[in-house]
Design a protein around this ligand. Structure first.
Ligand code: NAD
Length: 392
């Protein structure tokens, strides 16, 4: 099969197995070239197949020498359709990690369910024993509650009043104004149920009950704050309420982990192109302006650079540097005053006509394509490839 990108709005419905492997291998190479870290050795990553979770898994194995188990929810190839990118990424990661001598096992299924938790615990017990790091990096538009069977959908909406701002269609480059109506209380609550901290704490509870937490265990989840431009849709919007809940969960978990001298942290990461962030209105335009500024200042990072910096912060010193809320701040370069001033100035002037010059839409589009394994020079996209790849 010859596989080309098929972009529908903010998703790409195809993925390229060799291109996804190239994407994974580039991240592995970056970590191999970085300073090795003495850190966690037995790592569980929930939401391990793309974006920040995948980068964390790569940095854990190739930077800290860790054995890993990854949980994700991806689609295998079937009926002439390619698998999802996360499926191919997982296959590529497992192959590379095993070839390098690390244990790398993966579970594909709904992390929110009791069944997948139990299946994972069994595998953790069998392959890793007690874990010393659990990374929770699930991003999902919906969650079926494991106890009631009720399905909740998350929404990306402002709270209290409508929000109008600029947005870009990243495919056409057209900049326009968008008005988003405020969420209802039910939508806010549902978003917290999907993207808040409940499932993270259910994972920790299940691991504790199975006696699979090592002394000194650390658990991490990821959050975002961002600037005033995106505040109404992000931090003060429905997703921000979920992030507040996630951050509060870190404090509760830290108390629960005291008997292990363990810690739960939320790391506030940089805005990046991932399958999840491309779905948020306004944010892709902000990201393309941000990339331009951060590149000019030599501060640009992707998920893998952030994952490396996170583990350095976590494991390199005797104390972990946090803000006053106890959060690790990997967004410190994004939020630097000079960076934000420059983005703000560009934002006020941005139009369809100047977006390619004032913003880095090219980088945005390339990053987006690469999420699905396209846009890699080393891959011949005219070659016939088998979409059905599996690990043994
Ligand atoms: P992503 O879409 O790239 O990854 C989501 C992961 O969750 C995938 O591995 C997917 O398979 C998995 N997943 C989704 N539903 C699942 C389910 N039901 N069961 C098992 N796995 C499931 O997302 P991302 O952008 O890397 O986001 C990860 C975390 O990082 C989120 O908490 C997000 O808010 C946060 N974050 C993202 C950004 C950003 O700009 N992208 C910035 C800061 C923080």
């Amino acid at each position: 099969m010859i596989i080309k990108p098929k972009i529908r709005g903010f998703i790409c419905t195809t993925a390229h197995p060799a291109g996804c492997a190239a994407h994974v291998n580039r991240q592995i190479d970056y970590i191999k070239d970085s300073t090795a870290i003495q850190g966690a050795k037995k790592v569980l990553v929930i939401g391990a197949s793309t974006g920040y979770g995948l980068a964390s898994r790569i940095a854990a194995s190739f930077g800290m020498g860790a054995d890993t188990i990854g949980v994700s929810y991806e689609r295998p190839a079937a009926d002439g359709r390619t698998a999802s990118a996360g499926w191919y990424n997982t296959v590529a990661f497992e192959r590379a990690a095993r070839a390098a001598g690390y244990i790398a096992e993966s579970i594909n299924g709904d992390a929110f369910s009791h069944e997948i938790k139990q299946e994972t615990l069994k595998l953790v017990k069998e392959k890793l024993g007690k874990v010393d790091l659990i990374v929770y990096s699930v991003a999902s538009p919906r969650r079926t509650h494991p106890d009631t069977g009720e399905t909740f959908n998350s929404v990306l909406k402002p709270i209290g009043q409508p929000f109008t701002n600029k947005t870009v269609n990243t495919n056409t480059g057209v900049v326009s104004e968008i008005t988003l109506e405020p969420a209802t209380q039910e939508e806010i609550d549902n978003t917290v149920t999907v993207m808040g901290g409940e499932d993270w704490s259910l994972w920790l509870k299940a691991l504790e009950e199975a006696d699979l937490l090592a002394d000194g265990v650390t658990t991490l989840a990821y959050s975002y704050i961002g600037p005033e431009i995106t505040e109404a849709i992000y931090r003060k919007g429905t997703i921000g309420q979920a992030k507040n809940d996630l951050e509060a969960t870190a404090h509760t978990l830290t108390k629960q982990l005291e008997r292990y001298q363990g810690k739960a942290y939320v790391s506030v990461n940089k805005a990046l192109v991932t399958q999840s962030s491309s779905a948020i209105p306004v944010v892709p335009l902000y990201i393309s302006l941000l990339f331009k500024v951060m590149k000019e200042k030599g501060l640009h990072e992707g998920c893998i650079e952030q994952a490396q910096r996170l583990f350095e912060k976590l494991y390199s010193g005797s104390t972990v540097e946090t803000d006053e809320e106890g959060r690790i701040r990997l967004d410190n370069w994004e939020m630097r005053e000079d960076v934000q001033e420059a983005v703000k100035a560009a934002w006020s002037e941005i139009t369809t006509e100047n977006v390619s010059e004032r913003g880095d839409l090219e980088q945005y589009r390339l990053d987006f394509l690469q999420l699905f394994g396209f846009g890699f020079d080393e891959i011949d996209y005219e070659l016939d490839v088998d979409p059905e790849v599996h690990t043994n």
